[in-house]
Design a protein around this ligand. Structure first.
Ligand SMILES: C[S@@+](CC[C@H](N)C(=O)[O-])C[C@H]1O[C@@H](n2cnc3c(N)ncnc32)[C@H](O)[C@@H]1O
Length: 203
């Protein structure tokens, strides 16, 4: 099954609140975005945003230049349905994160989704090249992956797990690690999943 088919199937007809990655509030992402000191009119993208409420929170904080990219139409539709009229203030991009061309640069790139699913060196290189070209120097990248002691799979797919150092090694060309935080996420089913969040400066 292709990556797109997998995720369209995973999202279609599903209640986002039942998904293992669901969180009421993207608290750790919001804290790291706040630390990045992004002006309200600067471009922010949530890569693999799915049905996350991160975009709702950023809109309510007054951010006006928001994009959400996801490979699944169903996921983006779910987020748009939840936002209602406010959805028209957001750019919705249905694309594969390893093969798209950003229409403009971003000041902040957030990913609590895609990078850890990239299990081949080729896909990781494609992702990094797009991110490096798209994030303005002085901009920020916030990356959340399963931690070294996190689950080996998500949504039935194998993942590559990272610590702050191994993620910094992945992004050593063009990015400087600013901070890393360990997060224990509780799934709707009550399981604990260890995540590694990192904030990078695009140097
Ligand atoms: C584990 S979910 C996380 C969703 C959201 N970031 C959150 O924190 O709730 C992974 C998301 O990444 C999307 N995705 C997976 N592979 C992708 C790819 N290659 N390109 C773009 N989106 C992808 C999926 O459709 C899904 O919405």
């Amino acid at each position: 099954m292709s990556t797109k088919s997998h995720w369209e199937k995973a999202w279609s007809g599903a209640d986002p609140k039942t998904k293992s990655w669901f969180q009421d509030e993207a608290r750790h992402s919001l804290e790291l975005i706040e630390a990045s000191a992004i002006a309200h009119d600067e471009a922010i993208i949530d890569v693999g945003g799915g049905a996350s409420s991160l975009v709702d929170a950023l809109l309510s904080q007054g951010h006006t230049n928001l994009s959400v990219l996801d490979i699944s139409e169903a996921a983006l539709q779910s987020a748009q349905d939840r936002l209602g009229a406010a959805a028209s203030s957001v750019k919705w991009l249905c694309a594969d994160a390893v093969s798209w061309t950003p229409a403009h640069p971003f000041r902040l790139w957030h990913d609590r989704a895609v990078f850890h699913f990239l299990t081949t060196t080729e896909d990781r290189a494609l992702y990094r090249a797009i991110a490096k070209a798209a994030i303005v120097p002085g901009g920020h990248m916030i990356m959340a992956t399963f931690a070294l002691d996190g689950p080996q799979k998500c949504s039935g797919l194998p993942v590559q797990r990272y610590g702050a150092q191994s993620l910094a090694d992945e992004f050593s060309d063009g990015f400087q690690l600013i901070e890393g935080i360990a997060v224990a996420h509780t799934t709707p089913g009550g399981a604990i999943q260890k995540f590694q969040y990192c904030r990078f400066l695009r140097s």
